[in-house]
Design a protein around this ligand. Structure first.
Ligand SMILES: *Cc1c(COP(=O)(O)O)cnc(C)c1O
Length: 438
């Protein structure tokens, strides 16, 4: 049985419907009817050496992704999935051993220099493939705590028949993150919301549930609740565990999409000793892992802003994955909350000791890894989710030098910005959606 049901037991639908709807009609999150399993064939061998940080890492990644991806999308022709992999994974994902046994998985070499490029590009390419021949007029609506907006806007920019509307908290993101959304023009509409990320996320949900509105039926969500963004993230776990055997993964966490993908990768057959969820001061999920009941909280602002989430949207999926059994979840995942002060200290220490520059999000994970008492034979794979040059405000003073800026990021400084500032209300959003759809 293939297809997608929801965490609330909604009827099974084909992939296309799960992608376009984003959220199930009863509010549940789409999940595969059957958890995908990795092929029981060997990964095809490399023509050359296995991996090097900047050498054939891209080859290895593509080889493994093409081997694994068709299993994640049953019902989609293999050739289509392969094409989507080739179109979306166009950048390397190096695995760098920063200290003995601590490997950093650099997920930030895509066009917007955050790991969200992986899911967003995959989703855009897949949507174009499954939509083929239907000149639809769609609105891709997305709330961002910092990086999603840029990645989604970049991935969907210029896509025929599609408008992109991005909501971000007016004071919650870095200047470079903002420019990645406000300077694209074309079909990309940037909305600065006078509120927090949680407000942005709530507005997106409300827009989807307001089925009486004329725009509602054309909305597609590209948030990490979208199953087409989530599933491709499994691929880099497969890749990392292929290069570093049986690691423990350390995941900087906000909305828990990345962690959810990791746990699905484990279900699919990836060999791992377990997971560490690393959060900043927004620690509701961490407290839950440590035994408390979960309660959503107002988010607090930290320097790892893309993780400032008080009410993680993928928690429902995580619990679904464990059949609601929190004890079983706690056996696979331990949780660590890292203060801004500790993350900053970690950036300074690691730079001093190794010359490696962490961004504030990756530093939360790295610090969690440092606190983990690993047996000598256990390697840690720390997911690095953003390029440090996206956050010069938080990093340069700490390491005492300027961070080399990738040319495409530097070029943003010179482009004109275009955005609207709106109140955190559905009424204000609907006005903008009407504008975007004309
Ligand atoms: C979005 C994001 C996160 C959090 O990922 P989730 O999948 O929401 O848990 C962590 N780091 C960076 C840089 C991000 O952009």
């Amino acid at each position: 049985m293939s297809g997608y049901t929801t965490t609330r037991g909604g009827r099974a639908v084909p992939l296309k419907e799960a992608i376009l709807r984003g959220l199930g009609p009863e509010g549940g999150l789409y999940v595969p009817v059957a958890i995908p399993m990795l092929p029981n064939t060997e990964v095809p061998p490399a023509p050359g050496m296995l991996t090097s940080p900047d050498g054939d890492g891209c080859d290895t990644l593509l080889r493994i992704a093409k081997w694994a991806a068709p299993a994640l999308f049953p019902g989609v022709p293999r050739a289509t999935v392969t094409r989507v992999v080739e179109r979306s994974l166009t950048f390397p994902i190096p695995l760098v051993e920063v200290e003995a046994g601590r490997f950093v998985l650099e997920l930030f070499h895509g066009p917007t220099h955050a790991f969200k490029d992986v899911g967003a590009r995959f989703m855009a390419a897949l949507m174009e493939e499954v939509d083929e021949g239907e000149p639809a007029s769609r609105i891709v609506l997305v709330a961002t705590s910092g990086d999603t907006g840029g990645a989604v806007a970049d991935a969907f920019r210029g896509l025929a028949g599609t408008s992109v509307v991005v909501l971000f908290p007016v004071d919650g993101i870095s200047a470079r993150q903002r420019r990645q959304m406000t300077t694209l023009g074309e079909n990309v509409h940037a909305l600065a919301v006078r509120g927090t990320f949680d407000d942005c996320q709530r507005l997106v949900k409300e827009a989807f549930l307001s089925t009486t509105e004329s725009v509602a039926h054309r909305l597609t969500s590209a948030n990490s609740i979208n199953v087409a963004r989530l599933l491709p993230q499994i691929l880099y776990y497969v890749y990392a565990a292929h290069v570093v055997p049986r690691p423990r993964f350390v995941v900087p966490s906000g909305n828990l999409g990345n962690l959810c993908a990791g746990l699905m990768a484990m279900r699919a057959g990836v060999q791992t000793t377990g997971f560490i969820a690393a959060a900043n001061a927004n620690r509701g999920f961490i407290d839950f892992l440590n035994g408390a009941d979960f309660e959503s909280r107002a988010s607090v602002t930290t320097s790892s802003n893309a993780m400032d989430v008080g009410s993680p949207s993928n928690l429902e999926r995580l619990l679904w994955l464990y059949g609601g059994d929190a004890h079983a979840l706690r056996r696979d995942v331990t949780g660590v909350s890292v203060s801004d002060e500790s993350a900053t200290e970690c950036i300074a220490d690691v730079y001093r000791a190794t010359g490696y520059i962490l961004d504030p999000h990756s530093a939360v994970a790295y610090e969690a890894a440092r606190r983990h008492d690993a047996p000598s034979n256990e390697a840690l794979v720390i997911l690095a989710t953003a390029h440090p040059a996206k956050f010069p405000e938080s990093v340069e003073d700490v390491i005492g030098r300027a961070i080399p800026v990738p040319p495409d990021l530097a070029a943003l400084e010179h482009r004109a910005e275009r955005m609207e500032t709106i109140a955190p209300t559905l009424a204000a959003l609907l006005v903008e959606l009407e504008k975007a759809s004309t």
